[in-house]
Write a protein that binds this ligand. Sequence first.
Ligand code: ADP
Ligand code: NI
Length: 215
Amino acid sequence: MNHFIKPTEDFVRKTLSHAEGGHDWWHIERVRKMAVVIGRAEGADVFVVEMGALLHDIADAKFHDGDEEIGPRKARYFLESIDVSKPHIEHIVNIIRHISFKNSFDAPGFSSLELKVLQDADRLDAMGAIGIARTFNYGGHTGSGLYDPDIPPMAQLTKSAYKKSKAPTINHFYEKLLKLKQMMHTETAKRLAEGRHQFMVSYLEQFYKEWEGEL
Ligand code: ADP
Ligand code: NI
């Protein structure tokens, strides 16, 4: 089955060659490495984990007019073209459909250890130093400001409010990044999330002190 990895890697690299910096090939590569480490530690099917990591952001709805089926559809089409087995295709496509943070607002419709491992790896990449870099990059990409003390983060977030948010980038820490620690499934990821979470908390403390000219 490992012969499927290289053609998948080539397909993903090519498809994401012009992607925004936080959702580019290097995000995929980091998530893949992390997911394989977590997957091995947790006894998951590492083939499904690696293929799922490679394909999980192949077509993100927020860059495709909100079409949430485009990613699963593209992945299925590709997996069929290289003759991956039907049960593996179903599992990988289900993972792609359910991995996203915004889909955690919906009732869970599918679950597997491999999905949990990939969600953990994807969420870890949204935390810590890299998570901060990705967040400001995305804010720059959509033209959001850094911070506005007059615009508080949304307390009760619905899926549509989350997707529509044009708030300053600092608000995203409260709307998503600081919630991720509690959302980890596996013990391996919970351990890693702790350090990344603390780093973001320290970052915010420093940010506000500098904002007020206190440091
Ligand atoms: P998901 O697909 O799981 O909903 P996203 O792709 O929206 O997750 O988020 C991935 C990363 O993109 C976030 O961790 C963050 O770095 C960045 N991002 C997404 N939405 C925003 C936003 N509104 N403001 C700033 N960064 C964002
Ligand atoms: Ni991702």
